[in-house]
Write a protein that binds this ligand. Structure first.
Ligand code: ADP
Ligand code: MG
Length: 793
């Protein structure tokens, strides 16, 4: 400890006491910050977790020192004096004792489970399958349920037919063969009221686990065999051998096992981890005391070893809160960094807008007008725009984007439009080119399948400023694209891109932040907007263009497939067009392409043999794709058989029928997207879902499709059916750092957690306070790519 710091503290402390705890200021520093500085320094030299926690608590207290009543301030100062004395004495004696390693809590998320007692390579491999690789993962592995010891029955209380938990001593272990050749293990258990047999079939390996005199707790179904009570239906995780002398827990956690482990193994390993590490769990939520939370170490402890259900619930929800808080801090930091960045303040002239509006083939809806105003308003500000535009499929987001690009171009700035698929990139490229021509703007296309020379040409033009607008896929950020003067980034169909990709595009040119408009076709429930897009402002188009009739949706069994194609033919004969989507096959694009091809061949030779049918799938090359789409758009193809490559954004107003084969294989939002392809005009549109649903969930999905045409209603439903990870296209839970939180159950935490996050970011923008130090390290570990937000890139 530097003595300089100690002197500074002594002086400050004396002055503060003299002035009766009035929150004094020394030189340029407030008293309590001098203390915090001292404590933070002291913190680095302590050896035990307990001391560390004490210091952290003290730091937290001093951080709100001015808010405390005088009596509290006095107490804190006395406490501090004691601490200073103790440590200056220790410092004097320094070197005498054994040199201990300073306590390093943050290691937990780097500590592999294999370091734990009881985790060999086999258990380690099984845990890995359960997504548990570090000690941190392990101690956040939430019990599925608890066996409540207070619910343990005495043998005398057992009745046949009920499920019961019994605790008793092993008095006999017998292994027999039945005359039918089963091997029967009978373990007799006794408590102070009587005896009961545990009966295991064909699990003779368990015989080794039981020894007379052991204390065993077991849960099973009570049956009676010739008057003797039995517990049956027993599996290897139905019982637990309790070690003598070891305190028996009031609540025994049961874990989701599988992948080669049993709940008993997992419990043992988790308990080992808790014994060894729970006191080291670092506090990442600086306001825990204020909120009356358990400390993080306590919460982790109670998550697995609570005294009752309520204590478990409290611990679980406080850990969940922390997880949500962390994500919200990330978003708040992004918001702040983007907010501070110097953006472009675009000029907007009324004439331009009117000119553009006049040249549209339709009148804007009121909702479109409103969001256009919101966007142009953002663009005028010097703060960079960072806005999410939401609107159901077919609500007309593309034209809104055009207004923004038009204004950018009028200001001499380039726009980049990023979309998830090449098919959509071609389509946007076409629509934008046609439109831009009238205004003398130049549009380019940059997708992965272009030849190297084509790509380099586009990149050259972007760099020299010969292009005003570029439409592209991921290639836009993967290639080393540079712009002459990028002013606007539009990300279409956002749900396909993760938070990181958003970051990558935005930081492409660090000196001047371009404005960013994110357009989402999948309506996102409000809760998820807060979770994943808390850093964005939101505009919503809540109105479809006039004269759109809701699509009539039918769910038809495979058996009645022919009737669907009869209906399709009637529409084709009326001059309309149709899509037929082949069943989704996730394993590989080529199998999916093959399935589409065989469906195409089947339809051409049967139901649709007198019609002009085309085929589109992901394995076709760029030219082929483009040709088929062009012909379909022109109407020279009447039917387009396709894989999900048409899922997003494709716009052919004359197509009014959507047939989805094997519809039970698709997710709700995918089905809604596909159906959205035919809500493009004032013709009545039809959607046929051909499926024999095999699961209850599939039945619910298909029924929801028939029932709802509103994308927001479907999205809420989808959230319930599949959970947020799937909905956001992020399969790994690890993405958002949520191990314990459940966004459906814990929805109510989002708003308060967001407020806490914003408070923290305003109080401690770079997370430099000691009380933020673990949070900072945690963020860097969990969201490494976000490091630039903390200025530590
Ligand atoms: P999405 O929001 O799904 O991206 P699009 O922008 O592709 O929707 O628009 C869907 C269709 O509706 C397009 O054919 C577009 O030309 C048309 N459209 C957009 N706005 C209007 C409007 N105000 N009136 C009539 N048609 C419109
Ligand atoms: Mg669109």
């Amino acid at each position: 400890m530097k003595s300089e710091l100690q002197n500074k503290l002594s002086l400050a402390l004396k002055r503060e006491v003299d002035s009766k705890f009035a929150v004094t200021q020394t030189e340029d520093e407030w008293f309590h910050y001098v203390v915090v500085e001292y404590l933070s320094e002291l913190r680095k030299s302590v050896n035990t977790p307990l001391e560390l926690v004490q210091i952290d608590e003290l730091i937290a207290e001093f951080n709100r020192y001015p808010l405390l009543p005088l009596s509290e301030r006095k107490k804190l100062c006395q406490h501090l004096v004691g601490l200073v004395k103790k440590h200056s004495k220790e410092a004097d004696e320094g070197g005498a004792g054994v040199q201990q390693r300073p306590y390093e809590p943050a290691e937990l998320w780097e500590e592999p489970v294999s370091k734990l007692k009881g985790v060999g390579s086999k258990v380690g491999a099984s845990l890995e399958k359960l997504d548990v690789t570090t000690v941190w993962d392990l101690i956040h592995y939430v019990p599925m349920r608890f066996v409540d010891r207070s619910k343990i029955l005495k043998v005398k209380q057992l009745r046949t037919g009920i499920d019961a938990t019994v605790l008793g001593t092993v008095v006999d272990v017998k292994l027999q063969k039945t005359y039918r050749g089963y091997r029967l293990l009978t373990v007799t258990l006794q408590d102070d009221t009587g005896r009961v047999d545990l009966v295991f079939f064909n699990q003779e390996f368990l015989a080794r686990k039981f020894r007379r005199g052991q204390l065993v707790m077991v849960t099973g179904k009570v049956e009676s065999n010739h008057g003797r009570l039995q517990l049956t239906n027993l599996r290897s995780d139905s019982f637990e051998v309790l070690e003598p002398g070891k305190e028996i827990l009031p609540m025994i956690p049961v874990y989701r096992a599988g992948a080669g482990t049993t709940t008993n193994t997992i419990r043992k390993v988790i308990f080992n981890a808790l014994d060894q590490y729970s006191h080291k769990v670092p506090e990442i939520f600086p306001y825990w005391q204020e909120k009356g939370f358990l400390s993080y170490p306590d919460a982790v402890e109670k998550l697995h070893r609570p005294e009752n259900q309520a204590q478990f619930e409290k611990a679980r929800s406080e850990i969940a809160y922390r997880e949500i808080f962390v994500l919200q801090v990330l978003l708040a930091l992004r918001k702040k960094v983007i907010g501070q960045a110097q953006g472009i303040s675009f000029r907007v002239e009324r004439d331009w807008i009117e000119e553009l509006e006049r040249k549209l083939p339709f009148t804007l809806t009121n909702a479109q007008k409103r969001v256009i105003l919101e966007i142009l308003n953002d663009m005028q500000k010097s703060k960079p725009m960072n806005r999410l535009l939401q609107g159901d499929v077919g609500s007309g987001k593309t034209v809104v984007a055009m207004f923004a690009m038009f204004v950018a171009a009028k200001n001499g700035k380039q726009s980049a439009v990023m979309v998830p698929t090449e098919v959509l990139a071609f389509q946007h490229y076409m629509v934008f080119s046609q439109w831009a021509e009238q205004f003398g703007l130049r549009v380019g296309l940059l997708v992965g399948s272009l030849s190297a020379s084509e790509k380099s040409k586009v990149k050259r033009y972007l760099k020299s400023g010969q292009l005003d607008i570029v439409v592209g896929t991921h290639a836009l950020i993967q290639e080393d694209t540079s712009f002459k003067d990028l002013g606007l980034v539009i990300i279409d169909e956002q749900h396909r891109f993760g938070v990181y990709q958003r970051a990558a595009l935005i930081s492409m040119d660090k000196s001047k932040q371009p404005d960013v408009l994110v357009m989402s076709a999948t309506p996102i429930p409000r809760t998820l907007v807060l979770t994943y897009y808390g850093d964005l402002d939101v505009s919503v188009i809540d109105e479809l263009p006039p004269n759109r009739k809701p699509v009539k949706t039918f769910w038809v069994s495979e058996k009645r497939r022919s009737s669907v194609y009869e209906a399709v033919k009637r529409e084709l004969d009326e001059g309309r067009q149709a899509y037929v989507v082949a069943p989704l096959i996730e394993e590989s694009e080529s199998i999916e392409a093959a399935a589409a091809t065989s469906l195409y061949e089947e339809l051409c030779s049967t139901f649709l043999k007198d019609y002009k049918v085309g085929l589109l799938h992901g394995k076709m090359n760029k030219e082929e794709k483009k040709n088929v789409m062009d012909e379909f758009r022109k109407g020279s193809l009447q039917v387009l058989v396709s894989t999900t490559v048409i899922e997003v954004g494709v716009d052919v107003p004359n197509a009014t029928v959507m047939v989805i084969e094997g519809a039970d294989r698709f997710g709700l939002s995918q089905l809604h997207q596909l159906r959205g392809r035919v809500v493009r005009s004032s013709y009545q549109a039809y959607c046929y879902l051909i499926a024999n649903a095999k699961t209850q969930e599939a039945v619910e999905r298909l029924e929801s499709m028939v029932k709802y045409s509103d994308g927001f209603a479907l999205a809420e439903k989808d959230l319930l059916l599949r959970g947020p990870g799937e909905l956001m296209g992020e399969r790994q839970h690890g993405f958002s750092g949520m191990r314990v939180a459940d966004l459906i159950k814990d929805m109510k935490m989002l708003e308060p957690a967001r407020q806490d996050a914003e408070r923290l970011v305003s109080e401690d923008p770079n997370l430099e306070r000691p009380s933020s130090s673990f949070l900072r390290r945690y963020l860097l570990k969990e969201f490494g790519d976000a490091s630039f937000l903390l200025g530590v890139a």
